[in-house]
Unconditional design. Structure first.
Length: 537
């Protein structure tokens, strides 16, 4: 299947559906919900890591790449899940965490025991550097037995692999071959642009480890080798690219470079970081948000790159809470945000619960949180002098747990997620925001996502058209035009909770969809709060 024409659904396995009452989502739970995903119309399903792991980073710390964590099921469950998706015409994309392993991985255990062959799988130094890791700690960790320090760009339980060692690259290729053999149809590569470390590490000064390792000098070579040697060039592949550049992403995703189908970048999800600090709150900068999309969309289109387009994943707060409205305009804003993403040039990703307008968690006590990153930062914020209430306020907006609360299936006990006690608390609003309620309502957010996905299948302009952003004269009203041959698709979105006026000339044509859905004639001059529409002419 052509990835350009596809829609990907992301499952955070721990929170999707629990089949055995232990409060933790699992592979059999995913299998049980495949008909639901089929009814949504998605083509691929990306599942976050379910491999054996001590779970310091909820599975992004992998102890064995070729087995199933008993907490999530068995290899037989995994095979049954893959087979069932295949029968329904959908394919799985598995999540390959290849920048680092868990410290429980046998390679790292051998390294710690002083085996030089395995020490060379990781990055050890006699002296640490003054680098910070992404979760707020130092990036070099001391091992007294070896009198050496190892690099971890994330938690200390996630030592970074040494990709300059060809043996490491071969090991990881074998992981791909293993899952390919099981019938997996694509791969998501975790923080892939961090794998190539600086040529002369000792020359790096103090700073964030990520900033020294992003898009490193051998990155394109490593990706191309991984993809061509495992013959996955024809599968869907997406790389998660941290702090990357447009230039690099064009190369990563242009078919001529034989690297990936597409990449994620996160520039648009930092427009509410004060001075670039995720843990300092600020209203979103809507001018920047617009300009980032305009630049990435138009340049990727012009120079043959391909974007993964998205608002939500398991690391981001819920989009309706962030750029939309949880109150009066909950429905319209969720639909507007979906409209904007799904008509862009790129492959749209829907993160579980986004399609029903799930919101942030609204936790008020630190004990309610689980994620290592926000628990570390809570401490850091308190040390910076924030009151308990202010620190909790930051977490309520920024914690990754906001998107990790269990999927809200129905208004019954525990939102239909589990018969047991959920591993993470479910927001109270599950009584009104849930799949069952939205299935019944033709005007629901869920049914709007279904319509968006079907339109992509019906009109090639959505997958293939060129893109050009239109000047609207209003910083809160975004508009773009897709074009294919003589056809035009004009999309207008009001990113504000107020009526706004704008200056867009909307050509006469067929209204494919609108966030109000009340049949009112779309107008590029006066828009209702969070109004969005797409007109084909
Ligand atoms: C990626 C994952 C995130 C994880 C990190 C380290 O950003 O999406 O959840 O913590 O990589 O593996
Ligand atoms: Ca379970």
């Amino acid at each position: 299947m052509d990835y350009k024409n596809s829609v990907v659904y992301q499952i955070y396995v721990k929170s999707f559906c629990d089949s055995n009452g232990d409060g933790i989502g699992d592979l059999n739970g995913i299998r049980a919900k495949l008909p639901y995903l089929k009814s949504l119309g998605v083509d691929y399903i990306w599942v976050t890591p379910f491999f054996p792991s001590p779970m310091f980073d909820n599975g992004y710390d992998v102890a064995d790449y070729r087995a199933v964590n008993p907490m999530f099921g068995t290899m037989a469950d995994c095979e049954a899940m893959i087979a069932e998706a295949g029968r329904l015409g959908m394919g799985f994309m598995f999540d390959m965490v290849f920048n680092h392993t868990s410290w429980d991985h046998e390679w790292f255990k051998k390294a710690l025991a002083g085996d030089p062959e395995y020490m060379d799988y990781y990055i050890f130094r006699d002296k640490p550097l003054d680098w910070t890791a992404s979760f707020g700690t130092p990036a070099w960790e001391y091992v007294p037995e070896l009198n050496k320090w190892y690099l971890h760009l994330f938690d200390k339980s996630q030592p970074d692999l040494n990709w300059d060692n060809p043996k490491v690259r071969e090991e990881l290729k074998n992981v791909i071959r293993f899952w390919k053999g099981k019938g997996v149809k694509g791969f998501r590569f975790d923080v892939l642009n961090l794998i190539s470390k600086p040529e002369r590490i000792e020359d790096c000064g103090p700073g964030s480890g990520t900033s020294y390792c992003k898009d490193g000098h051998r990155i394109h070579e490593f990706i191309r080798e991984l993809v061509t040697d495992t013959q996955i060039e024809d599968m869907v592949t997406v790389g998660e690219m941290a702090s990357t550049t447009l230039e690099n992403c064009i190369r990563y995703s242009n078919p001529e470079s034989h690297e990936l189908s597409m990449c994620f970048n996160f520039h648009h999800l930092k427009v509410d970081y004060k001075n670039g600090d995720k843990w300092a709150l600020m209203e979103p900068d809507y001018v920047r948000l617009h300009d980032i999309f305009k630049e990435w969309q138009e340049e990727m289109s012009r120079r043959g790159g391909w974007n993964a387009v998205f608002w939500c994943n398991h690391d981001q707060p819920r989009v309706v809470s962030r750029f939309g409205d949880e109150g009066q305009y909950w429905r319209q804003s969720a639909k507007m945000l979906a409209t904007f993403i799904h008509f862009l040039r790129g492959t749209p990703y829907v993160y579980q619960g986004e399609e029903i307008g799930m919101t942030n968690a609204h936790y008020t006590r630190i004990e309610q949180y689980n994620d290592v990153e926000c628990i570390n930062y809570y401490q850091i914020l308190r040390e910076r002098g924030l009151s308990e209430a202010d620190a909790l306020g930051v977490l309520a907006a920024r914690s990754r747990d906001n998107s990790r609360t269990p999927m809200q299936w129905n208004p019954q006990h525990n939102a239909g997620f589990t018969n047991g006690t959920p591993w993470l608390e479910i927001p109270d609003n599950y009584r009104s925001i849930n799949v069952e309620a939205e299935e019944r309502d033709p005007d629901s957010i869920l049914n709007y996502y279904r319509a968006l996905i079907q339109l992509r299948k019906r009109y090639p302009i959505i997958a293939e058209g060129e893109i050009r952003f239109l000047d609207t004269g209003n910083a809160r009203v975004y508009a773009y035009e897709r074009s294919l041959g003589a056809q035009r698709l004009t999309v207008v979105c009001n990113f504000s909770g107020q009526p706004e006026s704008a200056a867009v000339a909307v050509p006469a044509g067929e209204v494919l969809l609108s966030s109000y859905g009340d049949g009112a004639a779309p107008d590029g001059q006066s828009l209702r709060p969070y109004e969005a529409f797409a007109v084909l002419s």
